[in-house]
Write a protein that binds this ligand. Structure first.
Ligand code: NAP
Length: 283
């Protein structure tokens, strides 16, 4: 199997850290980035990763410059994993556009900037894989998850457009859609929820707070297993041996259930309304 060089964003905890450890265990080359000082990911350097400070919310010119340096110092990159992200909650009527924009700066625009910075390199060598870490949350709306959920919906669209525009250049894109995995994503220091005061939403807000307090540490997904599957799928080995890489993949039983239900519900709408839907064309 060819040795690949992977660049993963957001490596100081959770999926990012596990990606790097699994990549190294396969004797591939791992480049770990963190938005903070590289000392935050020193333990990954200690086990063999190259480490860089990369804030994907920085201006595009800065992201481009760091990426160029990384490509130059590491002799190229084969796989980019757009992993960095966090959860910002909020109810539609209460959440400000500034809060949504801040969420998008990391979850959406950061991934776009990192990917755009690498595409010239991938085009030049006519190969490369872009991995987006979406979410099962990118498939269905919830009452109080507007910034996060919509950011993951957006990633789905960006991924599909990217994929359609670079396939002829030998470049691939995949989006993984994990369910709940036991990382730091719902740690109270990481998950944000702006206080608000519209009484009609008190019950929904209380429900969300209760959910967030209960979920951290009791998620059903094992990140180590999830990462192993994702890397197998990108490399076409292990559980994915002999299979073509799909354009998207739910990860975890909860994600499968939720995404399958959304597909079935949508198909049921298409079936029930087919005559009406198709009645709008010119005669
Ligand atoms: N765990 C789940 O249940 C789950 C489910 C679906 C999707 N995901 C997605 O998986 C990705 C990784 O999350 P995780 O579960 O591994 O959570 P995590 O342990 O909290 O790790 C997220 C990483 O993102 C980076 N990051 C960049 N900007 C950030 C910001 N403004 N605020 C907080 N973190 C920021 C951080 O790394 P640095 O500080 O090193 O940059 C952090 O280590 C995210 O995109 C998340 O949306 C997770």
């Amino acid at each position: 199997m060819t040795q690949l060089t992977w660049l993963v964003t957001g490596c100081s905890s959770g999926f990012g850290e596990k990606f790097i450890l699994d990549i190294l265990s396969r004797r591939d080359k791992a480049i770990a980035t963190s938005r903070g000082p590289v000392s935050r990911i020193q333990k990954l350097k200690d086990v063999g990763a190259s480490t860089y400070s990369l804030d994907i919310t920085a201006p595009k010119t800065e992201v481009d410059a760091v990426m160029s340096l990384i490509i130059q110092e590491n002799g190229g990159i084969d796989v980019l994993v757009n992993n960095a992200g966090y959860v910002e909650n909020g109810i539609f009527e209460e959440v400000s556009c500034e809060t949504i924009l801040a969420q998008y700066e990391t979850n959406v625009f950061g991934s776009i900037k990192a990917t755009q910075a690498l595409l010239p390199h991938f085009r030049q060598k006519r190969s490369g894989t872009v991995v987006f870490i979406g979410s099962m949350g990118g498939w269905y709306g919830v009452p109080s998850g507007v910034p996060y959920v919509s950011s993951k919906f957006a990633l789905e669209g960006f991924h599909e457009c990217l994929s359609a525009s670079v396939a002829h250049l030998g470049i691939k894109s995949i989006i993984f859609e994990p369910g709940f995995f036991r990382t730091q994503v719902f740690h109270p220091d990481n998950t944000k929820y702006q206080p608000s005061d519209i009484g009609d939403y008190d019950a929904l807000r209380a429900e969300t707070t209760q959910f967030l307090q209960g979920i951290q540490g009791s998620q059903t997904g094992d990140p180590k297993k999830g990462i192993k599957v994702m890397i197998d799928v990108v490399k076409g080995e292990g559980v994915a041996a002999g299979k073509a890489m799909p354009e998207r993949m739910p990860v975890g039983a909860d994600a499968l259930g939720a995404i399958r239900k959304k597909c079935e519900d949508t198909l049921a709408i298409c079936k029930e309304w087919e005559e009406v839907i198709t009645s709008t064309d010119f005669e």
